[in-house]
Design a protein around this ligand. Structure first.
Ligand SMILES: O=C(O)c1cc(=O)[nH]c(=O)n1[C@@H]1O[C@H](COP(=O)(O)O)[C@@H](O)[C@H]1O
Length: 231
């Protein structure tokens, strides 16, 4: 039995396109991740509707701004009743602390996590933006900064998950996109791992989008992934 939660990334253009799949899912099967595309078109009421249906919702808006703006945006996201929200760790310590402080007084505040190095990025991509260490080193640096700023965990690739558990300790949540079942198309992802390998590392949250949403039968694809974790 795997302890990893699966979050389906609902990367659809609008609510109308997303509902047919949501209607076939239950909160026992998966959480739902809503990102920039769907949130921009469907808005806060759509998020509230998912929460009302009992789903754990990860509102993935990856805020990255000056501390005051990022903190207030995190607060607005948290007030929608979601389970998890995120910011970019590269926004720096003061931004991370502002995000943390903005929701500290909420009785049922969401988990607040920070994106380290996007799973689409390679060492060469980092070099082009002036970062001359490996993705692993940069992930570790940002995970340690996130931990020191008092956040709950990070988004990283599954390839860095073990290192983060060793360096940041148990209880620091690891959320890993870039999950690809054997034979699935990699697309724009670069630092990838299969679902059973990621679950075997004890990763808390696996985010999976296109391998489910683009499948001819998305629910069957999700069920097959669940089965692969228990095999
Ligand atoms: O924060 C995220 O969720 C995220 C961070 C990251 O480093 N990489 C990444 O792929 N994501 C998101 O995870 C999802 C992955 O989707 P698929 O590549 O279709 O499985 C997308 O919605 C991305 O926006």
């Amino acid at each position: 039995m795997s302890n990893s939660l699966i979050f389906v990334a609902l990367d659809y253009a609008d609510a109308e396109s997303a509902w047919p799949l949501i209607d076939q899912l239950s909160p026992q099967q998966c959480g739902l991740k809503v990102g920039k595309e769907l949130f921009t078109s469907a808005g806060p009421d759509f998020i509230k509707a998912l929460v009302e249906r009992g789903f754990k919702v990860f509102l993935d808006l990856k805020f990255h701004d000056i501390p005051n703006t990022a903190g207030k945006a995190v607060r607005a996201a948290a007030e929608l009743g979601v389970w998890m929200v995120n910011v970019h760790a590269s926004g720096g310590r003061r931004m991370l602390e502002a995000a943390r402080d903005a929701i500290a007084d909420m009785p049922n505040r969401p988990h607040l996590i920070a994106v380290t190095v996007l799973t689409s990025m390679t060492e060469e991509d980092l070099r082009e933006v002036g970062i001359t260490v490996s993705p692993q080193q940069q992930v570790l640096r940002l995970a340690q900064l996130t931990k020191a700023a008092g956040l709950d965990g990070v988004v990283c690739s599954a390839q860095e998950a073990q290192m983060i558990a060793q360096q940041c300790g148990d209880g620091f949540i690891r959320v890993t996109p870039g999950i690809r079942p054997v034979g699935a198309e990699q697309g724009d992802q670069r630092r990838v791992m299969t679902p059973p390998e990621a679950a075997a590392l004890g990763i808390e949250v696996l985010v999976i989008g296109r391998p489910i949403t683009q499948a001819s039968d998305p629910v069957a694809a999700l069920n097959a992934i669940h089965e692969s974790l228990t095999a």
